[in-house]
Design a protein around this ligand. Structure first.
Ligand code: THU
Length: 181
């Protein structure tokens, strides 16, 4: 069962208090729903995404946390673009794996994504994208599937971006088209 909890959050712009469902912790795999479907990805695409996401951890520069994170984007053009977390002696300058993969994709000319894989070195748990990364993923599509892999990809957890970032703000709120249509 997915571990969700209700939190109260204050929306400054609307000056209301609303309840949100937020996944905030690393989920013990044994207590999670392990998806066996690939949500539109072929077996080959899923296998590629998994392999490249696990391998992306080798790109990590994380001497301060020693917490390697790898990420791989699958674009709607079928490209796989990987990134990893890059830390800094000035801790606030650290950038997460998801965002290095996304910025790399964007400057390579890809702005429409089908899926993103994320992996850590946790064996029996999976890492979940931080709030900033959820917002950056959202820029390129509410319908992006997020695959969270354990250390070797032997287990994974799939969520949709819109389910972990409800009531989100994106391009259409500023009159621009959404990148994933
Ligand atoms: N990290 C990510 O790469 N992605 C996330 O979504 C959460 C955290 C990284 C940042 C930092 O280098 C390390 O994990 C510990 O927070």
């Amino acid at each position: 069962m997915i571990a969700f909890f209700l939190s109260l959050s204050l929306s400054c712009s609307q000056n209301i208090i609303r309840k949100e469902s937020t996944m905030t912790e690393l989920l013990p795999l044994e207590k999670s729903i392990i998806h066996t479907d690939h949500n539109g990805l072929t077996q080959e695409e899923f296998a590629n995404l998994k392999e490249k996401t696990i391998k992306a951890k080798d790109l990590s520069y994380s001497p301060y946390s020693n917490f390697r994170v790898g990420a791989t984007i699958l674009t709607t053009c079928g490209e796989y673009i990987s990134g990893a977390n890059v830390e800094n002696a000035s801790y606030g300058a650290c950038i997460c794996a998801e965002r290095t993969a996304i910025t790399r994709a964007v400057v390579s000319g890809f702005k429409s994504f089908r899926a993103i894989g994320i992996s850590t070195d946790l064996k029996d748990k999976i890492g979940s994208p931080c709030g900033i990364c959820r917002q950056v993923i959202r820029e390129f599509g509410l319908n992006v599937s997020i695959y969270l892999f354990n250390v070797d990809g032997s287990k994974y957890f799939r969520v949709q971006l819109k389910d972990i970032l409800p009531l989100s703000f994106g391009p259409s709120d500023l009159g621009l088209p959404e990148h994933d249509g």
